[in-house]
Design a protein around this ligand. Structure first.
Ligand code: 26Q
Length: 822
């Protein structure tokens, strides 16, 4: 029941309590009188699911009837977090459920925390996909997501007594997942290995090998203030036949279940690598399994329309999110040419008008390449297709640039070497209608580097930019109810209006100087800080000074993200405070520094950084001289749910990658949207945030992208000792070596990356980083001007709503239109 009249249904409190009790007794077959919070959560979630299902059905019916062009978002990760709270908000039933659950003797907030995060992603890429689904439903766009139903999501992070990261599995499906619907009727057979041969009439056939079943599970994606409910379809792998009966009968039970285990292994675990590649066969199997099942599903749906294949691009746009689903390109060629007998050139025309490709990184170590021998073994027919695509493509390059052999070898889909490798990014570029980066700077860099030759070949108009965005439903209204209420009260418009048109936040600007409003604004932040402090006390058992400035850096651990710069800065601050007299110290700005984030299990240096942070925290937090002025925490097991606590509680957040390395970043947007100020380098979306909110409201520091290449060259060919280059940093490194934070020997490999190559330019940026933090301290002293900055930061974040981003894709790329479900 929407207060604004957006929705009309009989979702009154008595019906809600009735449906919850019904689910307790039937779905759970339990009794209401001895129900725990987990059971109450499950029954309540099932009741909310019933509401969503009706909308889902109507949405899918409308799509089937009206046959709009649809977009399919292929992303190998969806970092959804919790669903329940978001579902209640989007259905407009939060208050009713609060009351209904209360009547049954439960507290809705307690039930919400019973839900486990769906953590089917590593970081930015997967969370972006989740925000885009929320926006596609909210903007009434016909979009479906496709991914894998991993049995284990991103690992659970534990911190050992010595400070190192330990990994534990994440069995998120251990209890019933009320939000998924198995579709036993939607199954496809997916082939691996085998032989690719030609028949007498010249057709290619791929046969033999291993056949595995893909089984669909659907997750409903409700829109905010609309009936439109899109779908996220996740594939689970199953053996085609239960087990091998012959071996079973012969008593060889191990052998009997071998094939079945190998089939189930495909969707058993999410690869925990972020921004690097991992050239293992199982990963390639995951990618093919997922793209082949998704394409089979898309083509089946298209065929039901009974149109010629040439019309496919009028009914489907397929978004390749990074190179991970690039196999969809040769797979669609295979379906069209081998199975549907479409001539090669017509098929290629269809393919190149159907796919769109977004790149999410320029880091060389993250560019996917697959060894030809591995590929040929697993997907023999696809290798032939890729060779054929390559041949035709290189012929057209030769035609445009005759005799330019260097260019041909640069642009070839096959990189020469031992072994030869397939360049997935190039296949994605030539197989797609358009290519884009995820922030202005990143898109520029793409055109100047990875795509340079392709820009010269195709022309510039194939290459664009869509700056990332985040959903204001989860990242403001849900995670920061206090601020949301204050905004609604101040703007004097219904919440549903500004949450769907985030530019409306600009209406706050005129209150930026208002002392009354500032006071309320500050009170909300304080409440959020105390909420976080309570969480820290409950999990780490320590009391945090919630009066101090909260300074937050939370993201995947990666050298290019430079958590090292932050922890070295903390050590520098600690030494500076130590050197002061107690009188001098009283003038210091008290600060609590929070870190959180996971390191890929095989990323040695990133894991050392965690260990250093934990051990610095141990020393610093135990020092009575500085305790009132500096505290440091590493919060274990960073997740979407933990981000929902951290984001609203920051006074400043740090986004300090080496210029030109962070494609966009999206948490920068979340912190600013919640009135946290940004300390950052001139990189990714930080730049556009600065443009929107005014540079006077951002703390920028460090070298610019243009300088990076030269500086690296200098470091390699004319190295200057660190003592000379940056004495302050040299001192920090020496103290770590000397054992100030536990055995110095442990950290030598990490310290040496800075002392020797310094690829990420810490020595170049350290001083300006320290200077920027000093400016932060000074600015924080004047709370009136600080609060003004904070209010303006939030007010000018409208551009970074994922609604804007998804509409950009819909209009400029996919050519799809909203379809309102009545
Ligand atoms: C590839 C091959 C094998 C195994 C793993 C991978 C893999 C997995 C995940 C490679 C990359 C990723 C994730 C990349 C990622 O999250 N990139 C981030 O994307 C965000 C959304 O566009 C940006 O905001 C970030 O700047 C970018 O780092």
């Amino acid at each position: 029941v929407w207060k604004d009249g957006l929705r009309a249904a009989d979702d009154d409190v008595p019906s809600i309590t009735k449906s919850i009790v019904h689910h307790v007794q039937t779905s759970l077959s339990r009794q209401a009188y001895n129900l725990d919070d987990l059971g109450a959560y499950q029954a309540t979630a099932l009741s909310a699911k019933d509401n969503m299902l009706l909308n889902w059905n109507e949405t899918q019916l409308a799509y089937t009837r009206k046959q709009p062009k649809r977009a399919y978002y292929l992303c190998i990760e969806y970092l959804m977090g919790r669903t329940f709270d978001n579902a209640l908000l989007n259905l407009g039933l939060k208050d009713q459920y609060h009351e209904g659950v209360g009547k049954l003797g439960f507290n809705l907030e307690d039930l919400l925390t019973q839900e486990r995060d769906a953590a089917l992603g590593n970081g930015g890429l997967g969370r972006l996909a989740a925000c885009y689904l929320d926006s596609s439903s909210s903007q009434e766009l016909p979009v479906w997501g496709y991914s894998l139903r991993y049995k284990y999501g991103i690992f659970q992070q534990l911190i050992a007594p010595d400070g190192s990261q330990l990994e534990a599995p994440d069995p998120w499906l251990e209890h019933l997942n009320p939000f998924e619907i198995p579709r036993y009727d939607v199954q496809y057979e997916i082939r691996f290995y085998g032989q690719a041969e030609r028949t007498a009439d010249g057709r290619a056939v791929w046969s033999g090998g291993q056949e595995v079943l893909a089984l669909a599970y659907d997750v409903m994606i409700p829109g905010y203030g609309t009936k439109n409910t899109n779908n996220l379809r996740l594939w689970e792998s199953k053996p085609k036949r239960g087990f091998d009966l012959q071996s079973f009968n012969a008593g060889d039970y191990e052998r009997a279940v071998e094939a079945s285990n190998s089939a189930e292994a495909i969707t058993s675990v999410l690869y925990p690598n972020d921004n690097t590649t991992f050239g293992k066969e199982l990963r390639l199997k995951q990618q093919y399994f997922w793209t082949a099942a998704s394409l089979a599903d898309i083509i089946r749906r298209f065929k039901s329309l009974e149109k010629p294949f040439s019309a496919l691009p009028d009914y489907a746009a397929i978004q390749l999110n990074d190179t991970h689903p690039t196999l969809a390109i040769p797979e669609l060629m295979r379906i069209l040419v081998d199975e549907e007998e479409v001539p090669w050139n017509s098929a290629w025309d269809i393919v190149t008008n159907t796919f769109f490709f977004t790149n999410h990184t320029v880091l060389p170590e993250a560019l996917e390449k697959w060894p030809v021998p591995l590929f040929e073994h697993l997907l023999p027919r696809h290798l032939q297709i890729i060779y054929d695509i390559n041949m035709t493509f290189l012929q057209s390059v030769e035609k445009k640039f005759p005799g330019d052999r260097e260019r041909l070898s640069r642009m070839s889909l096959i990189e020469e070497g031992f072994p030869k490798q397939i360049r997935m990014a190039y296949l994605a570029i030539i197989g797609s209608r358009k290519v884009n980066g995820v922030a202005e700077l990143h898109s520029q860099l793409l055109k100047a580097t990875i795509c340079k030759d392709f820009v010269e070949f195709y022309g510039i108009s194939k290459f664009g930019n869509v700056t990332n965005g985040v959903t204001p439903r989860r990242w403001l209204d849900q995670c920061n109810p206090g601020l949301s209420a204050l905004i609604t009260e101040t703007l004097k418009i219904p919440k549903s209006e500004w949450l769907k048109d985030l530019k409306k936040l600009e209406g706050l600007i005129k209150y930026a100087d208002d002392p009354q409003f500032q006071k309320k604004w500050a009170a909300v932040k304080q409440t959020n800080k105390e909420r976080l402090a309570q969480y820290v006390e409950a999990t780490l058992g320590v009391k945090v000074n919630a009066k101090a400035m909260f300074d937050v850096q939370v993201k995947r651990l990666h050298e290019y993200k430079r958590q090292t710069l932050n922890i070295f800065g903390v050590i520098h601050r600690y030494f500076t405070l130590k050197a002061m007299t107690p009188e001098e110290r009283k003038k210091a700005n008290p600060r609590v520094v929070f870190f959180a984030g996971k390191a890929a299990p095989g990323y040695y240096i990133a894991k050392l950084v965690i260990r250093l942070i934990v051990n610095v925290a141990r020393v610093v937090n135990a020092d009575p001289d500085t305790k009132d002025y500096l505290e440091v925490y590493f919060l274990p097991d960073y997740s979407v749910s933990l981000a929902e606590l951290l984001v609203p509680a920051s006074n400043i957040s740090q986004h300090i990658s080496t210029a030109g390395t962070e494609a966009s970043g999206t948490s920068n947007m979340k912190f600013c949207l919640n009135g946290g100020l940004l300390v950052g380098t001139v990189d990714g979306a930080n730049i556009e945030i600065g443009e929107e909110i005014g540079e006077e409201n951002v703390f920028f520091f460090g070298h610019l992208t243009e300088a990076v290449e030269d500086l690296r060259y200098q470091h390699t060919y004319h190295p200057v000792p660190i003592e000379q280059k940056c004495p302050a940093l040299a001192h920090v490194l020496n103290e770590i070596s000397a054992g100030k934070f536990g055995d110095g020997q442990t950290y030598e490999p990490l310290l040496n990356t800075v002392r020797h190559h310094d690829h990420y330019l810490l020595t170049e940026d350290f001083q300006s980083y320290i200077d920027a933090l000093k400016l932060v301290d000074e600015a924080y002293l004047n709370q009136t001007t600080w609060l003004k900055k904070s209010i303006i930061t939030c007010a000018k974040m409208g551009k970074f709503s994922s609604d804007r981003a998804i509409l950009d894709y819909a209009e400029e790329y996919w050519s799809i239109e909203p379809l309102k479900v009545e």
